[in-house]
Design a protein around this ligand. Structure first.
Ligand SMILES: NC(=O)c1ccc[n+]([C@@H]2O[C@H](COP(=O)([O-])OP(=O)(O)OC[C@H]3O[C@@H](n4cnc5c(N)ncnc54)[C@H](O)[C@@H]3O)[C@@H](O)[C@H]2O)c1
Length: 319
């Protein structure tokens, strides 16, 4: 794992699904890392989750856990941090308050980073003074953060160039694959692409073209097989731009362009169907079937991020 960057103290705000994995990545890269969360149960459980992740990856846990500290107090957690990463619930007002508190308590040189999935970073920084705003970036990680290599680093019009590049360098040195997002658009890059696909998928089911299971089969048994080695831009160039344009001429007028969540999604939610956790969402789930999906995903991601795996064409190993 490359490690030319100096070791900073890292504070991670929110020790839930994303926060404990993000803390694990920095602690594994040699940074003293402090996790904070108002939910004492979540906070106390975090080291055990990290230990289990490392065991699954066959990485010795002791040294990593020694660099991982827990704090009940946000100001104490960020007091000496070189970078603060927020992974609290996806609510704008909460994130605005957290960053106001973090900017007050952290050093005036600290990078301030949000792991929001879709909220524009500019909005999260609305309550900060200009100096703190110049240190605010998005770092959008993917679940599970210790296994999925990509992190989208998002700048706002106020973000200082040096802060932006330091964030990219720090993530790269921690073994991640950072990419630069130069405009602060909702959903950044990955979630815009992902949810464009989900909108069309749900729309096809709603229109009766096929059932939800068929959607998953079509994706997994066709273009999904190519995606790990062939991005959409490569694919368009591979088939040629003439064919791409001809397809778009026929297809685009017919694709779902609705600006609202689908009526099918709303109806399912009104009926109490939340997805795997309630036994039914777009598809039906027994607890065993849901566990099997989670286990299959973890096995796949661990294998895909294992040492010795192929590198992409930028020469950067994933992981
Ligand atoms: N789950 C994903 O797949 C995913 C992927 C990328 C980004 N994100 C984003 O990461 C963020 C966290 O998501 P998650 O899935 O880890 O949620 P989560 O609910 O698992 O964890 C959030 C944690 O934040 C804590 N919290 C609540 N108020 C807090 C406060 N004032 N200060 C500090 N911590 C507080 C909660 O107790 C909880 O433990 C969200 O913005 C989410 O959109 C999630």
């Amino acid at each position: 794992m490359p490690s030319a960057e100096p070791k900073l103290k890292v504070a991670v705000i929110g020790a839930g699904l994303m926060g404990h994995g993000i803390a694990q990545v920095f602690a594994a890269a040699g940074h003293e890392t402090t996790l904070t969360d108002p939910d004492a149960g979540v906070l106390q459980a975090a080291p055990a989750h990290v230990a289990r992740n490392l065991e699954q990856m066959r990485v010795p846990a002791d040294a990593v856990l020694q660099r991982l500290r827990l704090s009940k107090s946000l100001p104490a957690a960020v007091a000496e941090a070189g970078i603060v990463i927020e992974a609290a619930p996806e609510r704008l007002a909460l994130k605005q308050r957290i960053f106001a508190d973090a900017a007050d308590a952290a050093p005036r040189t600290a990078i301030l980073a949000s792991n929001t999935s879709v909220i524009p970073i500019t909005r999260i920084g609305e309550r900060l003074d200009p100096q703190a705003r110049s240190r605010l970036v998005g770092t959008h990680w993917w679940n599970p953060p210790h296994l999925v290599p990509l992190v989208e680093v998002v700048r706002t019009p106020m973000t200082d160039d040096v802060i932006f590049e330091r964030t990219v360098g720090l993530l790269r040195a921690a073994g991640k694959h950072p990419v630069r997002v130069r405009k602060d658009v909702p959903g950044f890059i990955g979630n815009r692409l992902q949810h464009a696909l989900w909108r069309e998928a749900i729309s096809l089911v709603q229109a009766g073209v096929c059932d939800a299971e068929t959607i998953d089969q079509v994706v997994k048994q066709s273009f999904g097989m190519r995606l790990p080695v062939l991005g959409p831009m490569e694919n368009a160039d591979l088939v040629g731009l003439e064919l791409t344009r001809n397809v778009h001429e026929i297809l685009f007028p017919d694709l779902d362009a609705s600006p609202e969540p689908s009526a099918l999604l709303t109806r399912l939610l009104e009926q109490g169907h939340l997805g795997m956790r309630s036994g039914k969402g777009l598809r039906d789930w027994t607890p065993e079937a849901a566990d099997a999906v989670r286990a299959r995903l973890a096995r796949h991601l661990i294998a895909a991020s294992a040492p010795g795996r192929p590198t992409d064409d930028s020469g950067t190993a994933h992981g």
